[in-house]
Design a protein around this ligand. Structure first.
Ligand SMILES: [Zn+2]
Length: 82
């Protein structure tokens, strides 16, 4: 018997593989970082990376193709999500 498969996703920053529920799902729209709204492209960040400004910014710049204060935006998202 096979185990029920849990959805595994990759963190855009560390490339680690995690269960989906351990990751925060985000997207970038018009150069704004937001929580994924079921529309368009999204990406995941793990719990460790979302606390790490340097790691986050690099990955977010790559995803959003723009340099902005994404870590600040991320912090607001993370706080709101609790
Ligand atoms: Zn990570």
């Amino acid at each position: 018997m096979t185990k029920l498969k849990k959805p595994i996703r990759t963190c855009i920053s560390c490339r680690g593989k995690f269960e989906q529920k351990e990751l925060i799902r985000l997207q970038c729209i018009n150069k704004n970082l937001i929580v994924f709204n079921n529309n368009g492209r999204s990406f995941y960040l793990c719990n460790d990376c979302k606390k790490d400004k340097k790691k986050c910014e690099k990955a977010l710049f790559r995803q959003c193709r723009n340099k902005d204060n994404y870590f600040e935006q991320l912090k607001e998202i993370v706080v709101d999500g609790r």
